[in-house]
Design a protein around this ligand. Structure first.
Ligand SMILES: [Zn+2]
Length: 285
């Protein structure tokens, strides 16, 4: 109720509402405020009856052996079983992953220039790779992190054994490019921190992953296993949501079942209160 109405209706205290004298024609003229309060009270009771009627229908539905909650729970059970099967099926496929470890040829850090533009030169055997900072002049003003390096000269292809199958050669070349790039970034980080350059070998860049047999990066991380783990995390997160929703559905159904006698009693009380007001001639309008 807006405050101005509340203020205007202050003279007859609201506490007087339930104790209003029995409705006689004379009251209508003499107690207009009470009549008004009773009309509001009736409107509230009618709204309450409508809410309780809805709850009663839901509670009676919840008591049925098959109902909207059990249907939803069955759907969720199926989705959970499917997600659990997907999770179990997420295993590395070692047969398809090549495992070639290159010899322990050292990767020399030939040159590091920390800034403006940052640059790193790496050499392994006859291969020399040069990396340089990718300068984004627009971003330059608020660049905080170390610069991103891009390979500007040289390639890893001569390091890949010629006797490998074409797809394996391509995969190994890709893996080596990523590995060298990580070494170049680390060389730059260490130079910026005043530390000695990293000392990796080609063997460090092609160590087989004990889990899947693929290649680890120079830091001992396996991209294939990391991707599998990301997929597992996604499925686990989905499973958690499905299980939580299933719990909610069960609890909601239980709540309705347990509340049924209370709803019936409240509905009866509300009906009785409505009948009393109606008997006094109160109408909601
Ligand atoms: Zn792996």
């Amino acid at each position: 109720m807006p405050w101005w109405r509340r203020v205007r209706h202050t003279p007859p205290p609201h506490g007087a509402e339930p104790a209003a004298p029995a409705g006689t024609p004379g009251d209508d003229a003499g107690q207009p405020y009470i009549r008004d309060a009773e009309r509001r009270s009736l409107r509230r009771l009618l709204q309450r009856r409508s809410n309780l009627a809805y709850d009663l229908a839901q509670a009676e539905l919840a008591l049925q052996p098959e109902n909207p909650w059990t249907e939803r729970i069955a759907q969720l059970d199926a989705a959970i079983a499917q997600a659990e099967a997907d999770l179990a099926a997420l295993r590395p496929a070692p047969a398809t992953v090549p495992r070639v470890q290159l010899p322990a040829t050292p990767i020399a850090v030939e040159d590091v220039r920390p800034a403006e533009p940052a640059a790193v030169t790496l050499r392994a055997g006859e291969v020399t790779l040069r990396y340089q900072e990718e300068i984004d002049w627009a971003e330059r003003g608020h660049q905080v992190a170390l610069p991103q390096l891009a390979r500007v000269a040289g390639d890893v292809a001569p390091l890949v054994p010629a006797d490998l199958e074409a797809s394996t050669r391509a995969a190994l070349a890709d893996h080596l490019r990523q590995g060298f790039s990580i070494v170049a970034e680390e060389a730059l980080e260490r130079a910026a921190a005043g530390e000695p350059p990293p000392a990796y070998t080609l063997a460090d860049l092609t160590r087989p992953c004990p889990t899947c047999g693929g290649w680890q990066d120079p830091k001992g991380r396996c991209a294939a296993c990391a991707e599998l783990e990301r997929q597992r995390q996604r499925i686990r997160a989905g499973l958690e949501r499905l299980r939580a929703e299933r719990d909610e559905q069960r609890q909601e159904m239980e709540r309705y079942r347990e509340r049924l006698p209370v709803i019936r009693r409240q509905l009866a009380e509300t009906e009785a209160d409505i009948a009393k007001l109606r008997a006094k001639g109160v109408e909601p309008a």
